[in-house]
Design a protein around this ligand. Structure first.
Ligand code: DX5
Ligand code: ZN
Length: 215
């Protein structure tokens, strides 16, 4: 069964607890929290207090995606709030220092690349991360169209990890994922699928989750 990481970005925040329980009962693997600072990307979302609230509701691991210019400013707060994975962007400030701080705190560090950033931007960090997040949309909002040509990056990073004996590297994709494109992502080597609007805007969360899990 495919491992699904629901992005809470487009859930009903007036019922965050219920939404978390819904995706957990539907078989979510981890909870993906999209943190945006209004600088690295134009939008601003939420901070570590929402992460701490989610941590009080679900026992699932929390997969925090920092779309922020200065990730070093946020890591301790999300670690204290219960994050299990913290992913920073190769395009943000001091990504290696951020990765090392995440590792120092005993969490799993991830590195993400935007669509226009070549996959080999990850290679310099590969030995120090446990997760690679390939953006399949331009980061900043949910509900965008999937960019299938990003799947070549998934295969390339999977191969690079294999060549370095990093068989445990989690390769995740994020943005525009739905049951019609999930199979191609899995075939390309994706281990996790982040999905937001297809789950929370469909009116059939359980059906869409099943479609993603079985793609
Ligand atoms: C985009 C976020 C994605 C996105 C996923 O900046 O990182 O997680 O919200 O949402 P959908 O699945 O709606 O593209
Ligand atoms: Zn994300």
């Amino acid at each position: 069964m495919n491992k699904i990481a629901p992005s809470m970005l487009d859930c009903d925040f007036t019922r965050l607890g219920e939404e978390l329980r819904r995706v957990e009962q539907a078989g979510a693997f981890v909870i993906h929290l999209d943190i945006m600072d209004g600088v690295f990307v134009p939008a601003m979302t939420f901070g570590d207090r929402i992460c701490a609230a989610a941590n009080r509701v679900t026992d699932l691991p929390l997969d925090v995606h920092l779309m922020v210019q200065k990730p070093l400013n946020f890591i301790q707060g999300f670690a204290d709030a219960g994050a299990d994975y913290i992913t920073v962007h190769a395009e943000s400030d001091e990504p290696l220092a951020a990765i090392r701080e995440i590792n120092r705190l005993g969490l799993t560090a991830g590195l993400s690349v935007k669509p226009n950033t070549p996959f080999d931007a990850i290679l310099q960090f590969l030995d120090e991360v446990g997760l690679a997040l390939i953006m399949t949309v331009e980061p900043g909002k949910g509900g965008q169209a999937f960019m299938p040509d990003m799947l070549a990056k998934v295969s390339a990073i999977k191969n690079a990890a294999h060549l370095r004996g990093k068989e445990n590297l989690v390769v995740s994709i994020d943005g525009g994922v739905n049951p019609t494109n999930a199979a191609s992502a899995i075939a390309a080597g994706a281990d996790w699928l982040v999905a937001g609007s297809c789950l929370f805007k469909s009116g059939d969360l359980n059906g869409v989750m099943t479609g993603l899990q079985n793609a």
